[in-house]
Design a protein around this ligand. Structure first.
Ligand code: SAM
Ligand code: DTB
Ligand code: SF4
Length: 314
C-alpha cells in the first residue's frame, strides 16, 4: 500500500460537522458502491460459550456468569440447514462464529472446513470467526473456499488492555496478517460504547485504514450490554457516535463493505437511515446475532420497503 492515512487526517474527518461528514462519506460511497443496495449477512453461532478469553463485553466468556445457551460444535447438517434458511431469507453472506480462543486442529476443524464448503456450494459468501489461527489452518480455510475471516481489532491499541487481558493487540494483528497472507479477505471492525474515548475510536479506525491490505469488510458494532459481564450495565451509546464512526470508516476505507452490526436493534428507523446515508451497506439479519436478539426479519423487510432500499443480489 502506498498512501498511509495520517492520524491528523482522521481527526479532521471524524470531527467535522455531521452534515459535512455524512456528505463526504456519501460522495465516496457513490464512487465505489451501488448507493441503494445493502448486503444481508446472517450469523450462526456454531459453538457457544465456555470461551477461555476474558473479553469484558462478551456473553460467551467462561469467566462471567451469563444466561446463554452453551453447546459444543454443531453438527454439519444443522449448520447447512441454517445456511439454507438464511439464503431463503435473502442473505448472500453467512458468517459462522465459534467461541474459541484459537482454532483447534483435528475433527472439529475438519467439520468447520466442511461447513465452509457447504456454504460456498449454496452460492453464498462464507465467513468464519474462530479466534486465533496458524498459517497452515488459514491455508486450509482458503482451500475450502472461505471468502473472509472475521477478527475484530475492537478498539484502540491503548484502550484494548482495559477490555481484554488474555491476548494482546499484537496477537490480534498477527492473526489478521496470517489471514491476509493465505489470500483470504480480512473482515475486521470495532465495538463502540465500551467506555473508550473519541480519540480511541479515531485511533481504531486509523489502525483499520492502515492495514495492508485494507479489510474488505468492516463491522461497526455498538456494545450490546450483557448482564453478568463487567460491561453489563454500560449505557447504550449515542447513535450519532455510530453514524460518525461509519462515515469516517467509509471515507478512509472506500472499497470496504461497512456493516452496521451489533446494537442495531436499539436504533430507530431514522437512526439506521442515517447510518446507510453515512455509507453502511450491510446489516446482519435473522432473529439472533450470536447470543443476543437482532431486529426481526419482518421489521427489516418493512424497513427496506419504507426506505426504498434493496438487498444485494436479489
Ligand atoms: N471468538 C472469536 C473472536 O473473538 O474473534 C469470534 C467470536 S466474537 C463474539 C466476534 C466479535 O463480536 C468480537 O470481536 C466483538 O467485536 C463482537 N462482539 C462480541 N460480543 C459483543 C457484544 N456484546 N456487543 C457488541 N459486539 C460484540
Ligand atoms: C461482528 O463484528 N459482529 C458480529 C460478528 N462480527 C461475529 C457478532 C456480534 C455479536 C453481538 C453479541 C452477541 O450476540 O452475543
Ligand atoms: Fe471468546 Fe470471542 Fe467472546 Fe472474546 S469475543 S470471550 S474470544 S468468544
Amino acid at each position: 500500500m502506498d498512501i498511509l492515512i495520517s492520524l491528523d487526517r482522521l481527526h479532521q474527518i471524524y470531527r467535522q460537522p455531521i452534515t459535512s461528514l455524512v456528505f463526504e462519506a456519501q460522495t465516496v460511497h457513490r464512487q465505489h458502491h451501488q448507493p441503494d443496495a445493502v448486503q444481508l449477512c446472517t450469523l450462526a453461532n456454531i459453538k457457544s460459550g465456555r470461551c477461555p478469553e476474558d473479553c469484558k463485553y462478551c456473553a460467551q466468556s467462561a469467566r462471567y456468569d451469563t444466561d446463554i445457551e452453551e453447546y459444543p460444535l454443531l453438527p454439519l447438517e444443522t449448520v447447512i440447514a441454517q445456511a439454507k434458511a438464511a439464503k431463503a431469507s435473502g442473505a448472500t453472506r453467512f458468517c459462522m462464529g465459534a467461541a474459541w480462543r484459537q482454532v483447534p486442529d483435528g475433527p472439529q476443524f475438519d467439520r468447520v472446513l466442511e461447513m465452509v464448503e457447504a456454504v460456498v456450494d449454496l452460492g453464498m459468501e462464507a465467513c468464519v470467526t474462530l479466534g486465533m489461527l496458524r498459517p497452515e489452518q488459514a491455508r486450509r480455510l482458503a482451500a475450502a473456499g472461505l471468502t473472509a475471516y472475521n477478527h475484530n481489532i475492537d478498539t484502540s491499541e491503548e484502550f484494548y488492555p482495559e477490555i481484554i487481558t488474555t491476548r494482546t493487540y499484537r496477537d490480534r494483528l498477527t492473526t489478521i496478517e496470517t489471514v491476509a497472507a493465505a489470500g483470504i479477505q480480512v473482515c475486521s471492525g470495532v465495538i463502540l460504547g465500551l467506555g473508550e474515548t473519541e480519540d480511541d475510536r479515531i485511533e481504531a479506525i486509523h489502525t483499520l485504514a492502515n492495514l495492508d491490505p485494507q479489510p474488505t469488510s468492516v463491522p461497526i458494532n455498538a456494545l450490546a450490554p450483557i448482564e453478568g459481564t463487567p460491561l453489563g450495565d454500560r449505557p447504550v451509546i449515542d447513535p450519532l457516535i455510530i453514524v460518525r464512526a461509519i462515515a469516517t470508516a467509509r471515507i478512509v476505507l472506500p472499497k470496504a463493505v461497512i456493516r452496521l452490526s451489533a446494537g442495531r436493534r436499539a436504533m430507530s428507523l431514522a437512526e439506521q437511515s442515517l447510518c446507510f446515508l453515512a455509507g453502511a451497506n450491510s446489516i446482519f439479519t435473522g432473529d439472533k446475532l450470536l447470543t443476543t436478539a437482532n431486529q426481526t426479519l419482518d421489521a427489516d423487510s418493512e424497513m427496506f420497503d419504507r426506505l426504498g432500499l434493496t438487498a444485494w443480489g436479489r
